[in-house]
Design a protein around this ligand. Structure first.
Ligand code: SAH
Ligand code: SF4
Ligand code: F3S
Length: 444
């Protein structure tokens, strides 16, 4: 029998790490009005989809999930269905026209209003749409207690984006860039440390421009150094870093701040200067390569990962070839690659020279096969090396194995006692695969 006092909440998250963290905040806010999270949607009294709109495929996934939820609501008419996040921000009440069973649509700036909106839906089933942009950073301050036994947590340090890359919807759906005050961020990280968190990942669409709207000349590098002093936190990571704003001060942090892990995700998007200009990225391939060289000079062990889009409008075979040549020269540790997906309202939508779907797919597959070779090469170079791991818990592959990440963000599976979760251990790597490494504990 279901406990009548407790109400159950099921949240499904689509999209980026920022959305993952937003969902944690939603759960924390709803816990205050009596909702307990469940991973069984059949038990749920309230289902929230926290959606993404970055590519067409992301939207399709949301609508196919909604199709399944409609059936649940037929069995349980009391179920409340809410759609939040970027797709909700984008479509607003048009979602009701496509799926009449949805009760609530709320945008990326309205997370803090959730308890109020849900309480009002409990009293009266009148559809609610809330997609206003607010001038203040209201939602980001919500403290989401980390799940039991977790060792790593996200901290959102800024919202929005001012860059308007020609292909991207984020600035329209998350609003203008705004940074949180350093003291608020530090306070949150101290609380996380009190909950046993050892590693934090600072989130922002472009963390390099952190502080620009605060008017106090407090840079992202200064923030990292301040966080480095928080007791209990052993590792600091951040994402994402825009190449045009990557400063020397931040590059130097990789050697000056011991807790900052030697990994940077630095999306390049294309290896053609003509395409980079059309994308409005604000740097050339030569400038990008100079930053990579600088990073590797200052910190030879750094791992560098990237994002690449193939088939942007106007991308000819020779532009694509320039991307391939750049990958051969740079040798990223790994790459997330995507087919260009046209988004309504973006500058790229109006560009000529659209590339065929079949050609985009051909380029994507070829690029991924090539990157697999480089990724395996990079991983194999670690065979025989000693690596510090933060143990996250059980391995997905085998019940008797544990899993941890190296400072360079690589997954290592190894034999060990479950009690090691949350600890830093040293392992020796003896085998490299494409997506993980295999190691054994070095007994001190
Ligand atoms: N703010 C971050 C993350 C942006 S979204 C950044 O600037 O890196 C993550 C990645 O999705 C982008 O780096 C880009 O490679 C990809 N992306 C964004 N819009 C896209 C689109 N319309 N089509 C295909 N890929 C896209
Ligand atoms: Fe999108 Fe560019 Fe902003 Fe990243 S920096 S969120 S790709 S507009
Ligand atoms: Fe998607 Fe919005 Fe993140 S569009 S990638 S959920 S910022």
């Amino acid at each position: 029998m279901k406990n009548m006092k407790n109400k159950y909440l099921y949240i499904q998250t689509f999209g980026c790490q920022m959305n993952v963290h937003d969902s944690e905040q939603m759960a924390a806010l709803l816990a205050d009005i009596g909702y307990q999270t469940t991973d069984n949607k059949k038990l749920a009294d309230l289902i929230l989809l926290n959606t993404c709109s970055i590519r067409e495929k992301a939207e399709q996934k949301v609508f196919s999930e909604l199709g399944r939820l409609v059936k649940l609501k037929e069995q349980n008419p009391a179920l409340i269905i809410g759609i939040g996040g970027c797709l909700a921000q984008h479509l607003g009440d048009r979602i009701f026209k496509r799926v009449a069973q949805v009760d609530l649509v709320f945008g990326t700036h309205s997370i803090h209003l959730l308890p109020q909106m849900i309480s009002s839906l409990q009293k009266e089933r009148r559809k609610i749409t809330q997609i206003d942009f607010h001038r203040k950073l209201i939602s980001l301050g919500v403290f989401a207690p980390p799940p039991k036994d977790s060792v790593s947590a996200f901290v959102t340090i800024m919202q929005g984006c001012n860059n308007f890359c020609a292909y991207c919807v984020v600035p329209y759906l998350r609003g203008p860039e705004m940074s949180r005050r350093p003291e608020d961020i530090i306070e949150e990280i101290k609380k996380l440390a009190d909950h046993g968190i050892k590693e934090i990942t600072l989130l922002g669409q472009n963390v390099n421009s952190y502080g620009n709207n605060l008017g106090n000349n407090f840079s992202f590098a200064s923030l990292i150094k301040k966080i480095g002093k928080v007791e209990g936190i052993e590792r600091i990571r951040f994402t994402t870093s825009h190449p045009k704003d990557l400063s020397e001060e931040l590059i130097n942090c990789f050697t000056e701040e011991e807790k900052l892990c030697e990994h940077i995700h630095l999306p390049v998007q294309s290896g053609s200067n003509r395409i980079l200009a059309l994308m409005n990225r604000g740097y050339t391939v030569e400038e990008y390569r100079a930053k990579v060289d600088h990073l590797r000079r200052v910190c030879p062990r750094i791992s560098i990962t990237s994002d690449i889009i193939v088939g942007f409008p106007g991308e000819e075979q020779n532009d694509y070839q320039e991307t391939i040549d750049m990958m051969e020269k740079i040798r990223f540790d790994s790459v997330f690659s995507f087919k260009y997906s046209e988004r309504k309202g973006t500058a790229a939508q109006k560009l000529e020279g659209k590339v065929d779907e079949s050609e985009k797919l051909r380029r994507l597959k070829e690029l991924q096969l090539l990157q697999n070779i480089y990724t395996l090469e990079k991983n194999t170079a670690l065979e025989g090396s000693r690596q510090e791991l933060l143990v996250e818990g059980k391995s997905k592959n085998s019940a008797s194995d544990l899993m941890g990440r190296t400072r360079s963000w690589k997954i290592v599976n190894f034999r060990g006692k479950p009690g090691l979760a949350g600890k830093l251990v040293d392992v020796k790597i003896f085998k490299a695969y494409l997506h993980s490494l295999r190691g054994e504990i070095i007994q001190n």
